[in-house]
Design a protein around this ligand. Structure first.
Ligand code: FUL
Length: 473
């Protein structure tokens, strides 16, 4: 049921890619990292060391760790993943819509933010826009007076959660789509409505999909102008796309960040959304050790096979254990997890999804409940410009099942190679060896009983600062 945009694009030959408008996308130049920021805290700004640091908004974004993604719209009612824009607004009629149920579910899961598809590729707008009649204003829902973006953002505010919005650039309904300057003006008008009517919007999500087939419409997006508009209207927000400029797509939709994952990137490798190629995918997945801008990776994945709700997938909801695994391969690898949970036709999250999300939180809490290093004195020994060591002696031998390492990323991401060893029956044994740490590097271990732990940093891009190491039973 799910259509993965990469699979879709790569199923087409190179010739047809040009016809898809991918070539057209490629003509949108610009240097995203050089966009001005009102707070002057652009992730790309030069530091004394020459290495990038996160902006306050990027730090907030990362520390949230988990956000819920809500795909909702006409596809929910047609049982499709990609609507073609011919859907009648009359079908949009969620009879029990309650955004407070969404935010309660998010809170129970420990998510700190939610992102709603204000408009998907079908062009149907979930708010009463001036730019088209193809919106909730033409639906029977709330007698044509409904505004889902308002209900969503209000519910987030009441619950103390951050709100984000997805506005699909690809629009299969709007008559101006393909007439580039005219549609770009429509798109900017839609963004302006979304970013001026509903209070703070924490994240603006720009999808890179463009599935126009041969003979399809060719639209040249104006990304630099679009990003500049977001920065002007919501300076505290982060902009997501393949090319950031604030946070980047992790390069797949299966929930797995690179084991090596730098929050720094070389912006020349992915200068705009929708690019293909091995080096592009590597840079999205792993970032770049010597990258000149701070652009951490966001891992988006669905709790179900599709992004939208389909009745046939009610029995195919990811299990709590599987969700926990996704957490370790995303948050546990210096990424953020954007977990999609699609509302049903009633406008509510399905009970199975709700239950599995609450169980995910229980499992994560249980995993990090018993810190065997709690209260221990820590002595960080810098051994050279790129190496350091931390040794912890436990009061007694403990069985360890998880390790959690954290860099102080407000000072940048520094570690490039590390090893954690445990003293087992008097002999040191390597428990984990890896490359990057970043915001968080969390690993599950086969249970091992050790009475001391040693973290060795063996490579770093700047003198390593103290890394926090915790170990859990
Ligand atoms: C993709 C879209 O084509 C999917 O429908 C979904 O919205 C996903 C998050 O992004 O590019």
């Amino acid at each position: 049921m799910s259509i993965d945009r990469r699979a879709f694009l790569s199923s087409l030959g190179a010739g047809s890619l040009a016809a898809l408008g991918v070539g057209a996308l490629a003509s949108c130049g610009g240097e995203p990292s050089r966009l001005p920021r009102a707070d002057g805290a652009d992730g790309s700004r030069e530091q004394p060391t020459g290495r990038p640091r996160p902006s306050p908004a990027q730090l907030t974004w990362q520390r949230d760790e988990l956000a819920l993604f809500l795909h909702f719209g006409v596809n929910t009612f047609t049982d499709r993943e990609w609507g073609d824009g011919t859907e009648t607004p009359a079908i949009f009629a969620p009879e029990a819509l309650d955004c407070a149920q969404w935010t309660r579910t998010a809170q129970a899961a420990g998510a700190k933010a939610l992102i709603l598809t204000a408009k998907h590729h079908d062009g149907f707008c979930l708010w009463p826009t001036e730019t088209t009649r193809h919106s909730v204003a033409s639906s029977p829902w709330r007698g044509g007076d409904g505004d889902l973006v308002r209900e969503f953002t209000d519910a987030c505010r009441v619950a103390g959660l951050r709100a984000g919005l997805y506005l699909s650039p690809w629009d299969r309904n709007h008559p101006t789509y393909g007439d580039s300057p005219r549609y770009n003006a429509v798109y900017r008008a839609q963004l302006t409505e979304l970013l001026t009517r509903y209070g703070p919007i924490h994240e603006v999500w720009f999808d890179g999909a463009n599935g126009e087939g041969p003979n399809g419409k060719r639209q040249e997006y104006d990304w630099p102008a679009t990003w500049a508009l977001v920065k002007q209207l919501q300076p505290e927000s982060v902009i997501f796309s393949d090319a950031g400029p604030d946070v980047r797509w992790i390069g797949n939709e299966i929930g797995v960040a690179g084991e090596t994952n730098w929050s720094t990137v070389d912006p020349r490798i992915v200068p705009r959304p929708g690019m293909e190629g091995e080096e592009v995918m590597r840079s999205l997945r792993e970032g770049d050790r010597d990258g000149t801008v701070w652009r951490p990776g966001e891992t988006d994945v669905s709790i179900r096979p599709g992004w939208f709700w389909h009745p046939a997938e009610d029995a195919r909801v990811r299990t709590p254990e599987n969700l926990k695994q996704l957490w370790f391969t995303s948050v546990g690898r210096n990424s953020k997890l954007l977990l999609n949970v699609p509302p049903t036709r009633r406008g509510l999250l399905h009970e199975t999804d709700v239950r599995h999300l609450a169980e995910l939180r229980d499992r994560l809490d249980a995993c990090f409940a018993n810190d065997v290093t709690s209260g221990l004195a820590r002595r960080w020994r810098v051994q050279g410009a790129t190496s350091a060591e931390l040794e912890l002696t436990l009061p007694r031998a403990e069985t360890i099942r998880a390790l959690d390492l954290r860099e102080r990323i407000e000072h940048g991401q520094r570690v490039a190679a590390f090893t954690v060893s445990g003293r087992v029956d008097g002999a040191w044994r390597v428990l984990v060896a890896g490359s990057t740490i970043g915001y968080r590097r969390a690993t599950r271990l086969d249970p091992v009983t050790a009475d001391a732990l040693r973290l060795e940093i063996t490579d770093a891009v700047e003198p390593p600062m103290e890394v926090e190491m915790r170990a859990y039973q």
